[in-house]
Design a protein around this ligand. Structure first.
Ligand code: BG6
Length: 489
């Protein structure tokens, strides 16, 4: 019998993401037989009270996704248990260990990272770090390289690296994995995937939400540490890495680390040219008035809620190809996409605009709000016009889009919560989609250089109005080089 312990089992992440994910997995018959799910937190509630809370949270989510049924809930309910613990105290953890039995134990730390070090030490003393145990760490692990290493050393004293699963939930997203299939399951893209053909790459993670009540956490991290250090750099790695020899966890992660090592450091002199920090001021978001970050926070702060960066990868494949990344809160759209912008044709046989503009090809990998991969190509406008006219068309390479699969409309499978895949993989011991220590270390190293440059240059965030795409400087970052951010129009 296996057990999954959710430390912080009553918290936001557990209730919004982890427990609904487990419900859906159970619903689809994907959880190991006999798996026990044990919530563990400080609150002194009973198992019945905890299960009632889980029921409410899971039902709301499953109903919204059209996947609620009582039989699945009854099955999940029979797995659930709860124990009030002080996770930093080995004595308090012993009854938890006893509840787990002798099977494999996976512990998910959905608590403040400042507690990770003390919790893993207590887990070791309580017998929860034995050979049959695994630990899953939610991001952010640390707030800079030094604090990451400190926490990770404590983890390393309790667990072997093969037992440690550092989560970046972006890696559990279907389209992110599809990017691997697209690049390495086809021959047609890889020969073009380099500086001979690609002009530049854009990665955008736009969110319409503000920071709101999360400011006590957010104010310490900001967009650079909350999003860029992890989600954005992971996406960059998957776009830029060399083909791994197989899908073995270490083969893939070895290639990602090489990309991170090749990122050109951002120096103090360069910070102003290649980075933009922003913070939202009052405006309108999704048709409603939105407060400034300053108002939400209750006092002025120098934390950025928007960051845009030009990254350069110093290797043969990518020399001269800028990777532009931007992310922020209170932007006009919830949109996550990777854009591979190819170079224009070397010479136009169609003249210069009189037959329609010739747009350079563009591959857009959209993760949110839709999951879609599309390639824009130039096409002849149908008809007998003697001056042949051109037009761009979008070819969809995805499920769920008319003509998307084998020319037929294909119903997309239910969009899974990213954690579903990652929870299953962690329980099965497959770390391919998790972040290895050296990856996180390299990512922190690069991000620390950026934040050092910002403090060295006393580089304060620029204002942007809530509901816009960040400070004007973010547009200038591209327009200075004759490029512009992808738009939907
Ligand atoms: C989290 C960040 O890791 O990712 C949040 O801490 C952010 O600030 C969230 O809102 C975005 O995730 P997603 O899957 O909604 O794009």
């Amino acid at each position: 019998m296996a057990a999954l312990i959710l430390f912080g089992g009553g918290g936001d992440l557990a209730m919004r993401m982890l427990l609904p994910s487990l419900y859906f997995l159970d619903h689809d018959g994907l959880l190991p037989d006999g798996l026990k799910i044990i919530g563990a937190a400080r609150s002194s509630e009973t198992a019945e009270e905890y299960i009632a809370k889980v029921h409410e949270a899971v039902k709301a989510r499953a109903e919204a996704d059209g996947g609620w049924d009582e039989a699945s809930w009854a099955r999940m309910k029979s797995r659930l248990d709860y124990l009030a613990v002080d996770a930093t105290d080995p004595e308090s953890l012993k009854p938890l260990k006893a509840k787990c039995g002798d099977g494999e134990v996976t512990s998910f730390l959905a608590v403040s990272p400042s507690l990770y070090g003390r919790i893993v030490t207590a887990m070791k003393a309580a017998g929860l770090a034995e050979k049959n145990c695994r630990i899953v760490l939610e991001k952010p692990v640390g707030r800079d390289l030094e604090s990451f290493l400190e926490i990770d050393d404590a983890v390393g004293h309790a667990f072997d690296e093969r037992q440690v699963f550092r989560i970046d939930h972006y890696l559990g997203k279907e389209t992110v994995q599809n990017l691997i299939a697209l690049r390495f399951g086809n021959t047609i893209f890889e020969p073009l995937w380099n500086n001979l053909t690609v002009d530049h790459v854009q990665i955008t993670i736009g969110e319409t939400v503000g920071v709101g009540d999360r400011w006590p956490y957010y104010d310490e991290y900001g967009a650079l540490r909350d999003m860029l250090q992890n989600h954005m750099l992971q996406l960059l790695c998957l776009v830029a890495m060399e083909p791994p020899s197989d899908l073995d966890p270490d083969s893939v992660r070895n290639e990602k680390v090489k990309v991170l090592r090749s990122l050109r450091p951002i120096t103090l002199e360069e910070a102003e040219r290649v980075t933009v920090r922003g913070q939202y001021v009052a405006g309108t978001s999704e048709g409603k008035p939105a407060k400034s970050y300053h108002e939400e926070r209750g006092q002025p702060s120098d934390t950025e809620t928007f960051v845009a960066i030009r990254a350069d990868i110093d290797n043969w494949r990518w020399a001269g190809v800028p990777f532009f990344m931007r992310t922020g809160k209170r932007l006009p759209e919830k949109r996550t996409e990777i854009v591979i912008q190819f170079k224009p044709v070397p010479h136009s046989i169609f003249g210069h605009g009189e037959r329609g503009e010739i747009n350079a090809n563009r591959l857009v990998i959209e993760l949110q709000p839709e999951e879609d991969i599309s390639l824009s190509v130039m096409n002849k406008k149908p008809g007998l016009d003697q001056r042949m006219q051109l037009q761009p068309i979008q070819m969809s390479l995805s499920w769920g889009v008319p003509g998307g699969v084998n020319g037929k409309d294909a119903a997309p499978p239910r969009r899974r919560i990213a954690y579903e895949r990652l929870l299953l993989d962690a329980m099965a011991g497959d770390s391919t989609l998790f972040v290895r220590r050296d990856e996180a270390e390299q990512a922190w190293k690069w991000v620390d250089e950026v934040s050092d440059a910002w403090s060295g240059a006393n580089f304060k965030p620029l204002d942007y109005v809530a509901g816009t795409w960040g400070p004007e400087a973010a547009d200038l970052l591209l327009s200075r080089t004759g490029r512009r951010w992808n738009t939907r129009d």
